[in-house]
Design a protein around this ligand. Structure first.
Ligand SMILES: [Zn+2]
Length: 70
């Protein structure tokens, strides 16, 4: 099964922090400019502040910086 990059699914994953989503996608937060693993952030950002990427390189190409904590 391939994870579709559905924002609602991704945001749900952020909230559950289930480890099965680790490595499946990355979340970038507009307000901070930081790119995180889905299980990394302590608190889920606001839905409207999030965008999702299948890989870190794509997000960095859009100007997001990798999170130093995860
Ligand atoms: Zn992080």
């Amino acid at each position: 099964m391939t994870l579709m990059l559905d924002p609602e699914v991704c945001y749900g994953a952020l909230q559950t922090k289930h480890t099965r989503f680790d490595g499946q996608f990355f979340v970038a937060v507009y307000t901070t400019g930081i790119l995180c693993r889905p299980i990394g952030s302590a608190n889920a950002p606001q839905r409207q502040d999030c965008t999702f990427f299948l890989n870190a390189a794509a997000a960095q190409g859009r100007g997001f910086c990798p999170c130093l904590r995860c």
